[in-house]
Design a protein around this ligand. Structure first.
Ligand SMILES: Nc1ncnc2c1ncn2[C@@H]1O[C@H](COP(=O)(O)OP(=O)(O)OP(=O)(O)O)[C@@H](O)[C@H]1O
Length: 263
């Protein structure tokens, strides 16, 4: 036993740690998605193959061998969404982009959302961060306009030709409207959510975008990030959440100091 520790090189320890990290990340990526069932399905097929070889069931063995022979291809097809997501994570720039947004831009978005919610008008607002959203930007109508509450409201008015789909905001500008996002395939999403919410969750599963959804049915405003949807029960909750994400921490601290100074 001691001898085997002696022959363990530092490279082996590093190797084990890297593989453990990769497996942990893969589990984190597929957790809560349909891929879990698919992995279980592949494990069951592997077990049946193992049993077939023990019991010498020649035909079944041949059938499964043919199937498992194309395992790499099957994995790429079945897990293409997860592979895309994993590679996006790996390909992230090590140099953090300046992702902060001006407080006034956040306020325009927040005020537009609650204006729309009060009038039962649905909306899907995407704020681009590190992951480029080019393919989704291209699916909409290019605007490249200065962000304002009035512009967002006009876009989502049911009479507007741009109201279907989502708006993408980048660096304080409304890049496009009417963008089509990928629908989430997560089977655990509540049935009460329709395609607008599923599109928001789907995009957040593939990218690091922050997405705000206004429901025309329930008037609820929700924030979606990393595949999770959180209800923003009031304007203050959305304001605090967005400020925490987008405002530089210094500004928050200064704001807090000013507030303390005032009281
Ligand atoms: N793939 C998509 N990408 C972007 N927007 C989409 C997509 N699919 C649907 N939408 C938007 O969602 C609207 C339909 O919303 P639907 O009622 O199905 O969803 P919902 O989640 O129940 O939302 P709501 O609570 O507002 O009714 C469409 O009119 C369109 O604007």
């Amino acid at each position: 036993m001691l001898a085997s520790f002696n022959i363990l090189r530092w490279q082996d320890v590093l190797d084990i740690l890297v593989v453990a990290f990769i497996i942990y990340q893969l589990i984190a990526i597929i957790r809560g998605t349909r891929s879990v069932q698919m992995v279980l399905g592949l494990i069951v097929v592997g077990m049946v193959y193992f049993m077939a070889s023990i019991l010498d069931l020649v035909t079944l063995q041949w059938l499964l061998k043919t199937f498992l022979g194309s395992l790499l291809l099957i994995i790429v097809i079945v897990f293409q969404q997860d592979i895309r997501r994993a590679l996006t994570q790996v390909g992230k720039s090590p140099f953090q982009k300046n992702l902060d947004m001006a407080e006034k831009d956040l306020d325009e978005i927040i005020r537009a959302c609650y204006y729309l919610s009060k009038r039962r008008i649905g909306a899907l607002i995407v704020i681009e961060r590190e992951t480029g959203l080019r393919e989704f930007v291209d699916s909409g109508f290019k605007l490249n306009a200065v962000l304002s509450k009035e512009l967002l409201i006009s876009i989502f008015m049911p009479v507007s030709p741009l109201h279907d789909g989502g708006v993408i905001i980048y660096k304080g500008r409304v890049q496009t409207a009417g963008c089509i996002m990928p629908l989430s395939q997560n089977p655990y999403i509540s049935k009460r959510f329709g395609t607008r919410h599923r599109a928001a969750i789907g995009l957040s599963e593939e990218t690091d975008a922050v997405i705000i959804v206004v429901s025309e049915e329930t008037q609820e405003v929700s924030l979606v990030q990393h595949g999770a949807l959180t209800a923003m029960h009031d304007e203050m909750t959305l304001t605090n959440t967005l400020r925490n994400i987008f405002l530089p921490k210094e500004t928050l601290t200064n704001g807090w100091k000013q507030w303390v100074g005032r009281t």
